[in-house]
Design a protein around this ligand. Structure first.
Ligand code: HPA
Length: 232
């Protein structure tokens, strides 16, 4: 049955899904890496596709930007379509001088300035963490392919244009590697429903050096990250 935001039938979506932020990147991934592709969603242009990679069924769908958006899509995918493994493939801004453009990060945990967790009425702060199984498998694949990866804490921000431009340095001082805008919501939705989630990121810009990549480079050049995500 279709949900408010995903116009698919149960069974149209594989147990494992790759989640880029950009729906056109989802199309690019389906066109480039998958066979026997069927589109399962176009509601709000959040394109979703199911196909085969090396004979195994896998889906890919754009989540939009930010925790509210990935929160909606991942909730429906897990709770209404039975998706078990959700792997976000995204971009991030580096907080550490050790990171160079196009470096890859596996988000072991996600910190945030979002109040997404307030819905659970916890009397403390929950740590949003990746699935150990997906994380260790991703690291294993990266090692086998000789692709260097950084593993650690990432920051899921609600703010892209921050009025406090140096705020990130406090998170960096605690070893947080990079900023993106979705992992925290994805990890908590997966935790609540007993699903598995992981975030794999490519560095698209650096808050340390102010280097940037272009949108076209971002869309097309993240092949190493895709090699890891697909092989998990
Ligand atoms: N901030 C937030 N999200 C991002 C960034 C950034 O600098 N780069 C890529 N995703």
């Amino acid at each position: 049955m279709a949900t408010p935001h995903i116009g698919a039938n149960k069974g149209d979506i594989a147990e494992t899904i790759l989640l880029p932020g950009d729906p056109l990147r989802a199309k690019f991934i389906a066109d480039t890496y998958l066979e026997n592709v069927k589109q399962f969603n176009s509601v709000r242009n959040a394109f979703g596709y199911t196909g085969e990679y090396k004979g195994k069924e896998i889906s890919v769908m754009g989540t939009g930007m930010g925790i509210p958006s990935i929160g909606i899509y991942s909730y429906e995918l897990i709770n209404f379509f039975g998706v078990k493994n959700l792997i976000r493939v995204g971009s991030c801004g580096a907080y550490s001088e050790k990171l160079k453009l196009y470096d890859i990060i596996l988000g072991m945990g996600a910190s945030t300035n979002s109040n997404y967790a307030s819905q659970f009425e916890l009397n403390g702060t929950i740590s949003a963490i990746a699935s150990f199984d997906l994380l260790s498998r991703a690291k294993q694949v990266a090692d086998e392919k000789n692709i260097p990866v950084h593993v650690g804490n990432i920051f899921s921000s609600d703010i892209f244009y921050n009025d406090m431009p140096k705020d990130w340095k406090k998170w960096a001082s605690l070893g947080v590697l990079a900023v993106e805008m979705e992992a925290y919501g994805l990890y908590l939705n997966a935790a609540k429903a007993g699903a598995n989630a992981l975030t794999i990121l490519t560095v698209s810009d650096s808050l340390v050096t102010k280097e940037e990549t272009t949108a076209l480079e971002r869309q097309n050049s993240f092949t190493k990250m895709m090699e890891i995500a697909l092989e998990i």
